[in-house]
Design a protein around this ligand. Structure first.
Ligand code: C2E
Ligand code: MG
Ligand code: MG
Ligand code: MG
Length: 280
């Protein structure tokens, strides 16, 4: 009986593996079509500058308007897009779209775009960015790219060269999700990032774990010493905000202020002139 049950379990396991492989192939095809059909949309989440008490930038966050499934989170498709290389045209679209939208915003407001390591390693990123800026007329200083430490994992000089080239034309570079993954302080000495984004996991625990608060304090001090700005990700309540202020964090992003919103909501925000909303 045990043997039979074992076989049953195996058959079940195999079936579920098959289904997963099928789902994945389906997702690949769907993503390709979605790109052709224009089913992707950028949402924008404000980052509040704690010194000026106003919005300093918006982070562009991709969403997929799926005809049947509705709004799909990037967490469900960025991985497959990276594995298949689809992230290259998808990311190029995001850069063009974000620059185009930001060119209609007030001059002091920047846009931040997430860029995948795959976009760095497959080449063409420099040209894509230069073209997105030229086509939109957006000043390079108003574009910030967000990268994670994983772009440095292959240890190639090409990544650093590309970053320096982007910086030399005025594009800003932020280090995203800092403190997670492969965190090594050596990245901070190898490139003059404009900003460090402190990962949400630290903000989440800032009031409950003494360690988290100490880490945030240390990161902000380090960033200050290096002449880099800091953004706290995922700020959800006022107590966290107070703590972050006390540590001298330069800006904050999170549901306390606003969730990612559609471009037309951003424009409404500017029309109403209430960009300082919520920041006490
Ligand atoms: P990320 O770059 O770290 O973006 C921040 C994520 O935190 C966003 O999730 C945002 O909606 C979420 N978030 C912001 N404030 C809060 C908060 O107060 N509480 C909580 N619980 N979450 C908050 P989202 O939009 O689902 O994006 C997830 C990730 O997908 C991003 O993480 C980024 O790594 C990736 N991603 C999004 N858009 C793009 C894109 O255009 N290109 C690439 N390569 N990756 C993207
Ligand atoms: Mg980001
Ligand atoms: Mg982040
Ligand atoms: Mg994050």
């Amino acid at each position: 009986r045990a043997k039979e049950a074992g076989r049953g379990t195996f058959a079940f396991f195999e079936e579920s593996l098959n289904r997963r492989a099928q789902d994945r192939r389906r997702l690949e095809t769907d993503l390709r079509l979605a790109l052709e059909r224009g089913e992707f949309e950028l949402y924008y989440q404000p980052l509040f500058d704690l010194e000026s008490n106003r919005i300093g930038s918006f982070e562009a966050l991709i969403r997929w308007n799926h005809p049947e499934r509705g709004l799909v989170s990037p967490l469900e498709f960025i991985g497959v897009a990276e594995e298949t290389g689809l992230i290259v045209p998808m990311g190029a679209w995001a850069l063009r779209e974000a620059c185009r939208k930001a060119s209609e915003w007030p001059d002091h407001v920047r846009v931040a775009v997430n860029v995948s390591p795959v976009q760095f390693h497959r080449g063409g990123l420099n040209e894509t960015i230069v073209q997105a800026l030229a086509a939109s007329g957006l000043a390079p200083q108003r574009l910030e790219i967000e990268i994670t430490e994983s772009v440095f994992l292959d240890g190639s000089d090409a990544t650093l060269k590309l970053l320096h080239a982007l910086r030399s034309i005025g594009v800003r570079v932020a280090l995203d999700d800092f403190g997670t993954g492969y965190s090594s302080l050596s990245y901070l000495q190898s490139f003059p990032f404009d900003k460090i984004k402190i990962d949400r996991s630290f903000i989440e625990n800032i009031l409950t774990r003494p360690g988290a608060s100490a880490i945030v304090a240390a990161i902000t001090d380090l960033a200050n010493a290096l002449g880099m700005e800091t953004t706290a990700e995922g700020v959800e309540d006022n107590a966290q905000l107070a703590e972050l202020r006390s540590h001298g964090c330069s800006s904050v992003q999170g549901f306390l202020f606003a969730k990612p919103m559609q471009a037309r909501e951003v424009e409404k925000l500017f029309d109403e002139g209430n960009q300082a909303r919520h920041v006490a």
